[in-house]
Design a protein around this ligand. Structure first.
Ligand code: ZN
Length: 238
């Protein structure tokens, strides 16, 4: 399996500051997650096989407590159980961003907007890792957010709707995938102004302009949530 590069410092911050409190992880659950993370994702492996005895020895607590904590981590989505046998547990250790997507899906399915997943997604920096940047491209489906042209994956880029110079963040609510022409033509102007210019240049119809202005509002409102890819690198340029 090709090792996936992660920003360990950022992952630790997201785990400590966002995921652990939101999932209400106990001290033992935090310690177990950190230990499994260190032996899997930190070494470029998404999966890890371990025995409860091995984990209990490292944690210095009884096997029964460890077994319960592992079960809870699986239930809360921080670990994905792939297999349990007499060889031990085979799990996928999910990064905070991967957990939140799963929980965000549940949020959408249940029609509630206040579950933790959505809040974690809101606070994530989508420029910090390749798979997160790729998730924004995938959300747009190979179409430029502004001019609606099909764009090959080697010719797309990410644009800050509200420019960074004006305080725009790296949230999925402020990033769109667009073609290189739109990226350079828009520059630091407000996105609405740029869309109207595309309409005046007849690169967008009136209906398309309306649709794009609505999409801008949906984006800012957090309605255009990306699906964060997990596992192997998406293998696409960004
Ligand atoms: Zn474009």
């Amino acid at each position: 399996m090709k090792p996936k590069q992660i920003d360990a410092v950022q992952v630790c911050k997201e785990f400590e500051d966002l995921l652990a409190p939101r999932l209400k992880l106990s001290a033992l659950e935090r310690a177990i997650y950190s230990h499994l993370f260190r032996h899997s994702r930190l070494e470029g492996k998404s999966r890890l096989r371990f025995s409860i005895l091995w984990l209990a020895n490292h944690m210095g607590v009884k096997g029964r407590s460890v077994r319960t904590a592992v079960r809870r981590l699986i239930h809360k989505g921080a670990l994905r159980l792939i297999e349990r046998s007499n060889l031990g547990h085979l799990v996928e250790v999910r990064l905070p961003g991967e957990v939140c997507v799963q929980r965000a899906s549940r949020t959408e399915a249940s029609g509630q907007d206040t579950l933790p997943g959505a809040a974690i997604l809101d606070e994530m920096d989508f420029m910090r890792a390749r798979d997160l940047r790729q998730a924004i491209h995938a959300r747009e489906g190979s179409v430029c957010f502004y001019c609606l042209r099909q764009i090959p994956s080697r010719a797309h880029c990410l644009d800050h709707v509200v420019p960074q110079a004006a305080g725009g963040s790296n949230s999925y609510r402020n990033l769109v995938s667009c073609c290189l022409d739109c990226n350079s033509q828009k520059s630091n102007r407000p996105a609405e102004d740029f869309l109207r210019e595309l309409y005046r240049e007849r690169r967008l119809s009136a209906a398309e302009l309306d649709g794009r202005l609505r999409a801008l509002k949906d984006l800012a409102a957090g309605k255009l949530r990306p699906q964060v890819l997990s596992g192997e690198d998406a293998g696409c340029c960004d």
